[in-house]
Design a protein around this ligand. Structure first.
Ligand SMILES: Cc1cc2nc3c(=O)[nH]c(=O)nc-3n(C[C@H](O)[C@H](O)[C@H](O)COP(=O)(O)O)c2cc1C
Ligand SMILES: [Fe+2]
Ligand SMILES: [Fe+2]
Length: 406
């Protein structure tokens, strides 16, 4: 990929490949490497650059620009996203392209200085329906925040029906053939990218997809992986399917009870709680021993749960690792609106249950009740209290009580 590649008349791909990268942003495996996509548009009113590349790949990026135009011809640099994999070459480009104005979303303004490390970059902020008329070409801007940073936005090139989607519809998948209809099967990478980058922002994604619906989309120029020109509908529909939330099973709201146990004390509590939740015919309770669940299963279960109840004994003044694994995988989920609570048996100090309760609050779960703690082996009366604990939690999920912040 040493030369600029024509995408449409006057629109060029000037991205770079990072074929050897194997881990991206700490959390993602990249078996096929990745690309940092950037685009150059020639118009009757000058040249527009859409996003830049990671700094260490700047040389190849600048060579491509130089093969197409002189820096003085560049009038606008549109930055859909300021993460360093796309803004790394921005300071250098802005220095070279003296006539260029940087276009960003309002949310990007407070970030620009800290990312570009310069005060003197000329910029303009844009939002949905703001247009940039460039003689024979028109660009409409679309606000698509939180996909996956607060400042992300998209834009649409009207005459060519091209959507510039930022990281949305991206995949970490390098293939020198560049276009979706020419590269190998990248479906796994497309799904993996969604799961790790976009999945925590499903509500914002639905808003963005609704905005995109107002435009006829012929080609999607994204920021990573294959450019989508053959079947954009397929990829848009996949995002719609993955972003649509379903927290119901058999028409009932789902409450998932997770526990670990060494002497079955916390397990007994979990089963009494289960009976309490199940006593409500509008709810369906499921119960899981965390030691036998892998992360993918945890995520799928959590995703469909309106309520999450976590049971843990206290072991050496802490909760055991499987409990923390459950909590740490939640960074890949949208927690908005979900209820959470903790419970467990303990011997003398019992801090694990409180730690999990605070962690649930930190993760922005709605935690409407104090955790339920029982000393060592639960008595019959205490198990009945657990039953009632389950009933009460269910009532919060059904909206019977108004929560107070604990
Ligand atoms: C290795 C070990 C360490 C423990 N450390 C603590 C502790 O720090 N604080 C506490 O309150 N209980 C502690 N306990 C007691 C357990 O929390 C208690 O036995 C509890 O009832 C176990 O519940 P379970 O049967 O659900 O595992 C410890 C137990 C074990 C086996
Ligand atoms: Fe990003
Ligand atoms: Fe990115």
């Amino acid at each position: 990929m040493n030369d600029a590649i024509l995408v449409k008349k006057d629109l060029y791909y000037i991205g770079v490949s990072d074929s050897d990268i194997r881990v991206f942003d700490i959390i993602m495996k990249t078996a096929n490497g990745t690309t940092y996509n950037s685009y150059l548009l020639k118009t009757s009113h000058g040249v527009v650059i859409f996003d830049t590349v990671k700094e260490e790949f700047s040389n190849s990026f600048f060579e491509k620009i130089e093969s197409l135009c002189s820096y003085d011809e560049i009038k606008y640099i549109i930055m859909h996203h300021l993460e360093p994999d796309h803004s790394g070459a921005l300071p250098e480009l802005a220095k070279k392209a003296k006539n260029a104005k940087v276009i960003i979303s309002p949310m990007a303004q407070p970030m620009l200085k800290s990312i570009a490390k310069t005060e003197d970059m000329e910029f303009e902020t844009v939002w949905t329906n703001k247009k940039l008329s460039l003689g024979n070409k028109t660009i409409t801007f679309l606000s698509t925040p939180n996909l996956h940073w607060p400042e992300t936005m998209s834009s649409y090139l009207e005459e060519d029906k091209v959507l510039f989607s930022g990281d949305v519809f991206g995949s970490h998948y390098y293939d020198a053939r560049v276009f979706d209809d020419l590269v190998g099967d990248f479906d796994y990478a497309f799904k993996y990218y969604y799961d790790h980058i976009m999945r925590p922002f499903k509500s914002d994604m639905i808003k963005a997809l609704n905005l995109y619906k107002n435009y006829e989309i012929d080609t999607i120029c994204n920021l990573h992986g294959p450019i989508i020109r053959n079947n954009p509908k397929k990829y848009i529909e996949l995002y719609e399917k993955w972003s649509t939330k379903n927290e119901k099973l058999h028409g009932k709201k789902v409450v998932s009870i997770f526990y670990v146990t060494s002497y079955k004390n916390t397990k007994e509590m979990a089963y009494s709680i289960y009976d309490g939740v199940e006593s409500d015919e509008n709810l369906i309770a499921n119960i899981y021993d965390l030691t036998a669940l892998d992360e993918q299963n945890m995520l799928e279960i959590l995703e469909e749960s309106s309520g999450v109840m976590i049971g843990t004994p206290t072991i050496n003044a802490d909760a055991p690792k499987p409990v923390w694994e459950l909590l740490s995988c939640m960074m890949l989920l949208e927690k908005k609106g979900k209820f959470g609570v903790s419970f467990g048996s303990y011997g003398w100090s019992g801090e694990a249950v409180d730690m999990i309760s605070s962690r649930l609050k930190d993760l922005k779960f709605r935690v409407p009740m104090q955790p339920k703690k029982i000393k060592l082996i639960p008595t019959k009366e205490e198990l009945f209290e657990c039953y009632e604990f389950g009933v009460e939690f269910g009532e919060f999920i059904n909206g019977k009580f108004t929560e107070i912040t604990l």
